[in-house]
Design a protein. Structure first.
Length: 166
C-alpha cells in the first residue's frame, strides 16, 4: 500500500527503511494547545507502516504512512485530524510560525483531505509541505511532500495513493 519512489516522480529515491510502529502523522507536540490524550483514535491503530523518500537534489524529504484501524476508528481518526488542524492552525515554535490550511476538506470527492503546511522562518525561505490524507474503509493513508510547484503534481501523487488503497 505504500507508494514507491517512482510514484512521486523520476528523481525520488526511497530512504533507508525504519523499523517499529511509526508515530501518528498528526502529532503536534510543539503546539501549545495540543494534548495527545485529546485524540483517542490513534490508540486504536492495528498496524502502521511508513516510508521516507528523498529527491536526488537533497531537498526536504517526503513521507508516507499507511495506518489500519480497529472497526469504526478510521473515520474517528479523520475527525481527530480535523480537530488538530483547528486547534493547531497556527503556532510559534523556535522563532518560526507553523501553520496549516485545509485546501480541500473533501479531497478526491470525499475520501480525504488536502492540507498545506507552512513554516515561516525569520532568516531563511519559508517551507511549504502538502499533506494528502485519504481514507478507504479502516485504512488511512497520509502522504507529506515538499511543495512540488503545482496542484496537478499533488493531485497526480494523490491519485496514485488512492490506487494503492484499492
Amino acid at each position: 500500500m505504500l507508494l514507491g519512489a517512482g510514484d512521486l516522480g523520476p528523481d525520488w529515491h526511497e530512504d533507508d527503511a525504519r523499523t517499529g510502529l511509526p508515530p501518528w502523522p498528526w502529532e503536534q507536540s510543539n503546539c501549545p494547545g495540543y494534548r495527545s490524550s485529546d485524540y483517542p483514535a490513534k490508540s486504536h491503530r492495528r498496524t502502521a507502516v511508513q516510508r521516507y523518500y528523498r529527491l536526488s537534489g537533497g531537498s526536504s524529504p517526503a513521507h508516507h504512512v499507511v495506518e489500519t484501524y480497529e472497526p469504526g476508528w478510521a473515520e474517528r481518526n479523520v475527525d481527530d485530524v480535523r480537530r488538530v488542524l483547528l486547534r493547531c492552525a497556527s503556532y510559534l515554535v523556535l522563532g518560526s510560525q507553523v501553520s496549516f490550511d485545509v485546501v480541500d476538506p473533501h479531497y478526491f470527492e470525499g475520501p480525504g483531505m488536502l492540507i498545506r503546511g507552512r513554516i515561516e522562518h525569520a532568516d531563511i525561505p519559508n517551507t511549504v509541505t502538502y499533506f494528502v490524507m485519504l481514507r478507504r474503509g479502516e485504512t488511512v493513508s497520509t502522504v507529506s511532500l515538499p511543495d512540488p510547484g503545482s496542484q496537478a503534481a499533488v493531485d497526480s501523487i494523490a491519485a496514485r495513493a488512492v490506487a494503492r488503497l484499492g
